[in-house]
Unconditional design. Structure first.
Length: 127
């Protein structure tokens, strides 16, 4: 499920890939919990980007156990942001967790943010 590649087909695929349990969460940047809130938040986030094109995803790490899996990656793409007309390069640091349910991996948590380079310690201060 890559926001930078979200289209009508991708949105349908996302709905099939997401857990239907109430413990599904999203940090994007505010947290959403439960299938309905997660769907609404993802739809709202995707609407901020037009003419999206995923250029690639750099796998940083992946971890798999019997019924849980975690993927850490940097998604890179291009999109028109908000009302802007210019196609801009984008990069998202993404962590995605999956749970095995009835033989299929279902997304249970996704966190994405634009922090892909080191920042000073003071950048975490919220005044």
């Amino acid at each position: 499920m890559r926001l930078l590649q979200e289209s009508s087909e991708a949105m349908l695929h996302r709905r099939r890939c997401c857990s239907d349990r109430d413990d599904i969460t999203l940090g994007n940047p505010a947290y959403a919990r439960g299938r309905d809130q997660v769907e609404e938040t993802l739809d709202r986030a995707a609407s901020n980007y037009r003419d999206k094109k995923l250029m690639g995803a750099e796998l940083i790490a992946s971890y798999v156990s019997f019924d849980l899996a975690c993927v850490v990656e940097v998604e890179r793409g291009r999109a028109k942001v908000g009302a802007g007309a210019e196609l801009l390069p984008l990069a998202l640091r993404v962590t995605t967790l999956f749970r095995l349910k009835s033989g299929a991996w279902k997304l249970v948590h996704r966190h994405a943010d634009p922090i892909t380079t080191p920042r000073p310690a003071a950048s975490v201060i919220n005044r």
